[in-house]
Design a protein around this ligand. Sequence first.
Ligand SMILES: C[S@@+](CC[C@H](N)C(=O)[O-])C[C@H]1O[C@@H](n2cnc3c(N)ncnc32)[C@H](O)[C@@H]1O
Length: 273
Amino acid sequence: MEQEHWPHPPVTAHRRAATEEESRRANGPDWDRYADEYQATHGDFLGDVGFVWGPEGLTEADAGVLGPLAGKDVLEVGSGAGQCSRWIRSVGGRAYGLDLSHRQLQHSLRIDDATGIAVPSVRGTATQLPFATASFDVVFCAFGALQFVADIDRAVQEAARVLRPGGRFAFSITHPTRWMFPDDPTEDGLMASQSYWDRTPYVEVDDVTGRPAYVEHHRTLGDWVSILAGAGFRITALLEPEWPDDHERLWGGWSSVRGRLTPGTAIFGADLD
Ligand SMILES: C[S@@+](CC[C@H](N)C(=O)[O-])C[C@H]1O[C@@H](n2cnc3c(N)ncnc32)[C@H](O)[C@@H]1O
């Protein structure tokens, strides 16, 4: 499990266009750099064999967005260390992982060994799934991949392609309304400071190489409806989990301060006809 690590490069944040290739070339290495810290910080909350949809702590056991899982073939896109897929395996589903980051997949292997529940996983990208057409009953992302890809139509079409007829696609993302606010968990993060409709990506540019080092993309709620409908999906759920009263977790820009007032996570469920 030893792997070379390098410090985060000095970066400057911009709003600028970023292609699919630029996004992939930036975000893979970025997740490689961040993976150890991410797992150390959030691993206990996620649970080695646990499925939470986001920082509010809503579990799939409570939400039931994916429907019955026993005996189902399931693909998790942006699977990270595979916690969600491992939980699906623990309830009888055949879950597989796919992630862009080698280091995240090393963490997945580490937890496979520790728990005795292995999630077969592959390194790849959401826009080019290395699976045959109509291979899965369920495809999902728990904050995985979708905010990091430029070619979102292609990613959603790929999910549709690998699903069997009647299959379900579900995903959680940062709630689109959060785009308007600074990424600040305090009260200062409650003042809208940029347009909800401005889809220009957030790009951190490496000060030395001039290349993107991290890219995040934004779509409005209306965009998501069009993207899903355009790929042949019928939307069956849009959950906006409320921040629980006794929940004091701080996760990037998510906190009880903002969570009690504005939604931080959106969870879509959609079915293929
Ligand atoms: C916030 S993590 C979520 C992982 C996991 N679901 C969890 O809750 O910890 C996002 C994951 O998406 C992966 N990712 C980013 N871009 C991707 C892409 N284009 N294709 C597949 N995975 C990608 C990252 O490597 C990272 O592991």
